[in-house]
Each structure stands twice: as structure tokens, then as C-alpha cells.
Design a binder for this molecule. Structure first.
Ligand code: GLN
Length: 290
């Protein structure tokens, strides 16, 4: 790119060059990455690029694009570079203080919406423990405006971003600081929690090598790793049970049976559900009250 400064760079040429460059750097979905970055610089929708292949890029646009391409070539996640992503129709800003929302977490929310279908007209109180960007309670509030939705997190930076995401989506969700191991003592809104949902840190430090480098290098350790994920699940399940809440958890699939064993001591009806790749990824536990 730098050597060809005087040549004419069109949208198409940049897409082709970028795809090739990212391919050499072993970036997954290389074309996808260059499309997103170019669309971001031009402030266009990605598909608009296809209608303007011959449009020349100005020197200022090339200047803006260059550092973004460099960051992606170093395997930084696209969502951190462009600063946002989509979570089931909510625009969610992300930065390295929060996890990038995953497809699996969308599936967790789908399970929750489906399982509670009969209660969508009730006024339930829902708490997402370890909310990060706030994507879970924000999407739920958007789908079921009559519920009171809350999110807690130990990270002040994450909470700041979650609050910003609530404002960006014009959704009334309250976020507060709490350590998931000290929920009982946390200074939290006094609510009869009906539903507790969580995608907690669930990777053991020993599993670091097994996860994508892009994830372990750029995403926050505090959202991914815990010395003892089973203790994390136990703390959340115990709290939910004391409050008589329904429980929805995203699981480390390699520990699904052990997690279920723990949750069964509180919720005799706890069930595992698989994700779309057929891995045991979710735990759904009802109080047996309805
Ligand atoms: N699903 C995430 C991953 O594998 C981990 C999420 C988590 O620890 N809660 O990257």
C-alpha cells in the first residue's frame, strides 16, 4: 500500500489488495475484515462498497485506513478496531475491557426468551451477573420492555461501557458494581430477583493454549479466566437459589457435567442445552415454582 502512493486506489483495488494481504497474515475471513475496515473509514454500510467499486480513495482516507489494516494484520479483533458490534439487533460498543459478544451468548438469550415466553407480560426482575458490555440485559430489555433489567460487573471500565451502550440503544437498564463472589453483600437494588443470567469467566488458566490466540491476546483475562470456574458457577447458583430465581448460564462445555452436578444440589431440575455446534453450552434451571 505504502509503495503505491501515487497510483489510483479504488474501492475494488483496495478490497482485492487487502484480502490478499490479510490472507498472507492468516487472518480468518480476510475479505470480510477489509470490507469492514474500509466501510468504517468511509462511514458507509459494508454492502455499499459493492455499488462503488470504481470510487477512488482519497489520500486522507488511505491515511485513515493504513493503521487499521496494520492492527488487523496483527490479529487484533475487528470489533475492537471498529469499536462496535451487533448483538441481536442491539448496537454494542466494545473495547478491550469487555468480551466481544459471541454467537453462543445470543443463543443463551434465545433460550431465555423462549423458556419465559409465558411471562413476557409479567413485570419480572432480571439480573445479568458479569455483564461486560451489557449485551445480555440490553437485548432482553429491548425484547421485553416490561421487565426490569439489571447488570452487575466487578470492572468499573466495563460498567462505564455498559451504561454507554444502554444510552446508545435508548434502553433503561441499570448497571452496578458487584463481585460475583459477594453478591449477598453487594450494594445492589433491592429486588426480588426472578431471573439470574450469566456468562461468567469460565476458562481455566491451563486451557489458555487451547483457545484462539486472538482471544487470549486481546480480550480481557478477567472476563475469560478463573482459577476455578466451578466455584464461579457455584457462587452464582447459590445466590440465584437463595433468591428463588430461575437460572440461565453459559457453560464451559468441557465442564458441563461437573457444573450440572453442582447446580443440581440447588436446582433438582437443572437441564443442559447444546449450542448450534452441538456442544453442551447452556444450563437452564427452574425453581419448580411455575
Ligand atoms: N466463549 C468464550 C470463548 O471461548 C469464553 C467466554 C467466557 O469465558 N465466559 O472465547
Amino acid at each position: 500500500m505504502a509503495n503505491q502512493k501515487n497510483d489510483l486506489w479504488t474501492v475494488l483495488r483496495m478490497l482485492e489488495w487487502g484480502t490478499d494481504y490479510f490472507k498472507k497474515k492468516q487472518i480468518p475471513d480476510p475479505r470480510h475484515s477489509v470490507e469492514w475496515l474500509l466501510a468504517d473509514v468511509l462511514e458507509w454500510k459494508r454492502l455499499d462498497l459493492y455499488l462503488a467499486y470504481e470510487r477512488p480513495l482519497s489520500p486522507a482516507e488511505l491515511e485513515k485506513l493504513r493503521p487499521l489494516i496494520k492492527r488487523r494484520a496483527a490479529h487484533e479483533p475487528l470489533q475492537y478496531i471498529i469499536g462496535h458490534t451487533d448483538f441481536m439487533g442491539c448496537r454494542i460498543e466494545v473495547n478491550p475491557s469487555v468480551l466481544i459478544p459471541r454467537i453462543e451468548t445470543e443463543q443463551l438469550v434465545e433460550h431465555l426468551l423462549e423458556k419465559t415466553r409465558q411471562q413476557h407480560n409479567d413485570c419480572l426482575n432480571l439480573l445479568d451477573v458479569g455483564t461486560g458490555s451489557g449485551c445480555i440485559p440490553l437485548r432482553i430489555k429491548q425484547a421485553i420492555p416490561g421487565w426490569n433489567c439489571f447488570g452487575s460487573d466487578i470492572s468499573a471500565d466495563a460498567l462505564q461501557l455498559a451504561k454507554k451502550n444502554a444510552a446508545l440503544n435508548s434502553l433503561d437498564v441499570t448497571f452496578f458494581e458487584a463481585d460475583l463472589f459477594q453478591l449477598e453483600d453487594a450494594d445492589m437494588p433491592d429486588r426480588p430477583w426472578d431471573i439470574i443470567v450469566s456468562n461468567p469467566p469460565y476458562i481455566e488458566p491451563g486451557e489458555r493454549e487451547a483457545i484462539q490466540k486472538q482471544v487470549s491476546t486481546y480480550e480481557p483475562d478477567i472476563a475469560l479466566f478463573h482459577e476455578s470456574p466451578l466455584d464461579v458457577y457455584k457462587a452464582i447458583a447459590a445466590f440465584a437459589h437463595r433468591r428463588g430465581a430461575m437460572l440461565f448460564l453459559e457453560l464451559n462445555d468441557r465442564m458441563a457435567d461437573d457444573i450440572r452436578e453442582i447446580v443440581l444440589t440447588f436446582y433438582p431440575d437443572a437441564e443442559i442445552a447444546n449450542d448450534l455446534d452441538d456442544n453442551p453450552r447452556f444450563l437452564i434451571a427452574d425453581t419448580g415454582a411455575n
